[in-house]
Design a protein around this ligand. Structure first.
Ligand SMILES: Nc1ncnc2c1ncn2[C@@H]1O[C@H](COP(=O)(O)OP(=O)(O)OP(=O)(O)O)[C@@H](O)[C@H]1O
Length: 285
């Protein structure tokens, strides 16, 4: 049985998470909690480690060290079958919507329902119709992904992520590539999940309009010398008031600031040749 809504235990608890790729710490001591009903925004510049963090939390990657608890259970050492049990409690919306092109919209949404167990086809059909209705796509079940727009694909991805009524929703750049109106539609759908159904959401986004519209809590990962560290955390109001230069530059979308527009020649040469993971590659035709 799931915990009551006012349960003060965090839904997600990440402690001292470190992930090293070839001697480079992409995540370096990340700690934060997400409480039930919150929409946690993960933001930060390109390559700062947002998607890597998300992949660790959903159990798709193993950390170098540190702890990740979902619903109070440590997931870092779990076997695939045990992870699968926890995965049933959350939905994931990937960047591209990640729909299977050979299947219809309806078949894509039905996929997690069919994987979950044996149900009467009429129940599956009803569940698919309900999820498509939730995202405003009633009647589109017979079309293929290639026949619908980018915004519609995202909404189908959302319907699929919500197919099993998850307690927790992870979205990686759910509004990337969408126009402002379609962005609002996806944002409103996410808000409906959290506010009306009490779903907890974790959203990776670059889109500050969207982040401040739906976020109840935020964390920002740093770049350069702050790579892999949380440089700011708090409510949207606290983030707006945060004096950290990188935070302000990011929120305001300024082209230059603590994160330089162009590297100096020295930095450039060092990045090109002096990176600890640098190895010469020989290319041939
Ligand atoms: N499997 C991997 N092996 C080696 N390096 C990786 C791997 N996955 C990610 N990285 C590196 O980790 C860093 C962070 O990547 P990540 O995709 O998490 O960034 P991001 O913040 O999501 O970027 P963006 O906003 O551009 O999508 C990058 O430098 C990337 O090259």
């Amino acid at each position: 049985m799931s915990a009551p809504r006012d349960d003060p235990a965090p839904v997600i608890e990440v402690t001292d998470l470190v992930r090293d790729f070839h001697g480079r710490k992409v995540l370096n001591g990340v700690s934060f909690k997400v409480m039930r009903g919150d929409t946690m925004i993960i933001m930060g510049g390109s390559g700062c480690g947002k998607s890597t963090l998300l992949r660790h939390i959903i159990g798709a990657m193993k950390p170098t060290s540190g702890s990740i608890k979902l619903f109070g259970q440590e997931i870092t050492g779990l076997k695939e079958a045990e992870l699968a049990r926890i995965r049933r409690r959350f939905g994931v919306l990937f960047q591209s919507g990640a729909l299977l092109q050979s299947m219809t919209v309806g078949e894509n949404v039905a996929l997690p329902i069919l994987e979950h167990g044996k149900l009467d086809p009429s129940i599956v059909d009803l569940m698919v119709k309900m999820k498509l209705e939730m995202v405003g796509l009633t009647g589109f079940e017979h079309l293929k992904p290639a026949e619908i727009s980018g915004g519609m694909k995202k909404r189908v991805g959302l319907a699929r992520a919500l197919a099993l009524d998850p307690e927790l929703l992870f979205s990686d750049e759910p509004t990337a590539g969408l126009d402002p109106i379609m962005t609002s539609v996806v944002d409103i759908l996410t808000q409906e999940m959290t506010r009306k159904l009490g779903v907890t959401a974790v959203v990776v986004t670059h889109d500050m309009t969207s982040a401040f519209r739906i976020g109840t809590k935020m964390i920002m990962l740093g770049t350069g010398p702050n790579q892999g560290k949380i440089i700011a955390a708090g409510t949207p109001e606290e983030m707006r008031a945060n004096p950290h230069g990188e935070v302000q530059q990011f929120i305001k979308g300024e082209p230059d600031g603590p994160v330089p527009l162009r590297l100096s020649k020295g930095d450039y040469v060092e990045r090109l040749l002096g990176h600890p993971g640098y190895t010469r590659t020989s290319y041939s035709a």
